[in-house]
Design a protein around this ligand. Structure first.
Ligand code: NAD
Length: 495
């Protein structure tokens, strides 16, 4: 169930290939597999078992049994927290291997995986481990005739479905609060990037979690994902992915009225007012759209700039892209931008670039494939100007290194343009005027607003969207609410 892999940085490891059910790696019921492809070289990495609906049944049964088993159910919050701390420590011990797997399978720079993604997993696990014995109910004064209190209870079996853009972090955001509250989990990985979390599965067993508490499945969305969402023994679904799939998930979950949390797509605006520090705005605007190959749900992909500084901003922004967006092998330490995750994504991004051209936008920079040594799903970082609000590149999520830069005249117009979208995930505002900053932050329809930064999310602060960007919150204390029920107990004190 394992093979030895070696990465271009020389690191070797034993890669699990099975479905992780009941703390064991097993083959899929019909032997089906999905081949993971290295997006840098376009070569196959390995074939990984992919869950059938029968396998989903087995994983859910394991999670259901574990939920009732005293080995998990009778643990105190402190003891659950201790298991989570142990897992965080093991992730830290294996940081280089995990970062290597992520760079190989996803195409993101190794340095980013090592310095940002793996630490995020450790931070999130430790943050929620600390909460495990501090998430309790209330006593409520209802007068002398009665006494009332609440208990926070786990929901039960949580089905969790994650995308491929941050395979480790998206898993941690979901596992952290679920385990903290005492739930059991069936986690469905994105079929494009299953390798890093299957390696974490080994660490889960090593950390000492009882069998069945965490089950991890690779598999197709329409097969394993849909089976999980529809399963009658799954009590909750937490989904991160596209808005279109989120809507399907919501519909499917309705049949059994499951508790759901959705983190979906975005088309987040970044507003630059005339008094902004242009160097600061340019640096963060670049980070906000070009990091992670532009594959970020909160990417600030629409930059709205006051007309008085538009030309100056555009020149600086283009210079910043040329200077910082170094394309190349994810294992090269100078690389800022690796390949898009798959050929499908690469072609999707290029088709948006084509649509921008056809609709009359100007390509101020990039706008073409950029293979490295003739290979890989690389797209040149692309800047569009002359973009009109009706164009697809202004309205739809591209999920690649492509940004539209548009001028505005007044604050009112900027807010109107910012809110002219079905999405509402993030937004960024650049100004030195404190009053304006808070006023605009209040007016923008988004789950998160960054003032004088972009995509600066933090595990201690709630993350999530409004409108069609999602339902519910992950991270921070708010991230616990979707993973527990509140039970009210009323005691009659009258004789
Ligand atoms: P996707 O919706 O295609 O897939 C996401 C996950 O859902 C995958 O695991 C997939 O296998 C599964 N899936 C697909 N169809 C399914 C179905 N019918 N039933 C159940 N599961 C199904 O999205 P993607 O292309 O993998 O990811 C990119 C999208 O994710 C972007 O739109 C991005 O904005 C969004 N995203 C959002 C956040 C957030 O927190 N808001 C974070 C990361 C990514």
């Amino acid at each position: 169930m394992e093979i030895e892999l070696t990465a271009p940085n020389g690191r070797r490891w034993m890669q699990p290939l099975g479905l992780f059910i009941n703390n064991e790696f097993v083959a899929s019921s019909n032997g089906q597999t999905i081949t993971s492809v290295n997006p840098t070289t376009e070569e196959d990495i390995c074939s990984v078992y992919a869950a059938t609906t029968d396998d989903v049944d087995k994983a859910v049964a394991a999670a259901k049994k574990a939920f009732r088993d005293p080995s998990w159910r009778q643990l105190s919050g402190t003891e659950r927290g201790a298991l989570m701390y142990k897992l965080a420590d093991l992730v830290a011990e294996h940081a280089e291997t995990l970062a290597t797997i992520e760079a190989l399978d996803n195409g993101k720079p190794y340095s980013v995986a090592l310095k940002e993604n793996v630490p995020e997993v450790i931070n999130v696990l430790r943050y929620y481990a600390g909460y495990a014995d501090k998430n309790f109910g209330q006593t409520i004064d209802v007068g002398p005739a009665k006494f009332a209190y609440t208990i926070k209870e786990p929901i039960g079996v949580c089905g969790q479905i994650i995308p491929w853009n941050y395979p480790l972090d998206m898993a941690a955001w979901k596992l952290g609060p679920a385990l903290c509250c005492g739930n059991t989990v069936v986690l469905k990985l994105a079929e494009q990037t299953p390798l890093s979390m299957l390696y974490v599965a080994k660490l889960i067993k090593q950390a000492g979690f009882p069998p069945g508490v965490i089950n991890i499945l690779n598999g197709y969305g329409r097969e394993a994902g849909a089976a999980l969402v529809q399963h009658p023994d799954v009590d909750k679904i937490a989904f991160t992915g596209s808005t279109a799939t989120g809507k399907e998930v919501m519909k499917m979950a309705a049949a059994t009225m499951k508790n759901i949390t959705l983190e979906t797509g975005g088309k987040s605006p970044l507003l630059v007012f005339p008094d902004a520090d242009l160097e600061l705005a340019t640096t963060w605007a670049h980070w906000g759209i070009m990091s992670n190959q532009g594959q970020i749900c909160t990417a600030t992909s629409r930059i709205l700039v006051h007309e008085s500084i538009y030309d100056a901003f555009l020149e600086r922004f283009k210079a910043k892209v040329r200077e910082v967006s170094v394309l190349g092998d994810p294992f090269d330490e100078n690389t800022f931008q690796g390949p898009q995750v798959t050929r499908a994504q690469y072609e999707r991004v290029l088709s948006y670039i084509e649509s921008g051209k056809q609709e009359g936008a100007t390509i101020a920079l990039g706008g073409e494939p950029a293979p490295q040594k003739g290979k890989g799903f690389f797209v040149a970082p692309t800047v569009f100007t002359n973009v009109k609000p009706h164009m697809k590149i202004f309205r739809e999520e591209i999920f690649g290194p492509c940004v539209a830069i548009v001028a505005f005249q007044t604050e009112e117009e900027a807010i109107q343009m910012a809110n002219d979208t079905t999405y509402g995930l993030g937004a960024a505002v650049f100004t030195k005027d404190l009053v304006r900053a808070h006023r605009v932050a209040k007016e923008i329809e988004a789950g998160m607003v960054w003032i004088n930064s972009s995509n600066d999310s933090d595990f201690r602060v709630p993350f999530g969207g409004v409108k069609q960007s999602g339902i519910g919150r992950e991270l921070g204390e708010a991230g616990l609410a979707p993973y527990c029920n509140i039970k009210a107990v009323h005691i009659n004190m009258a004789a």
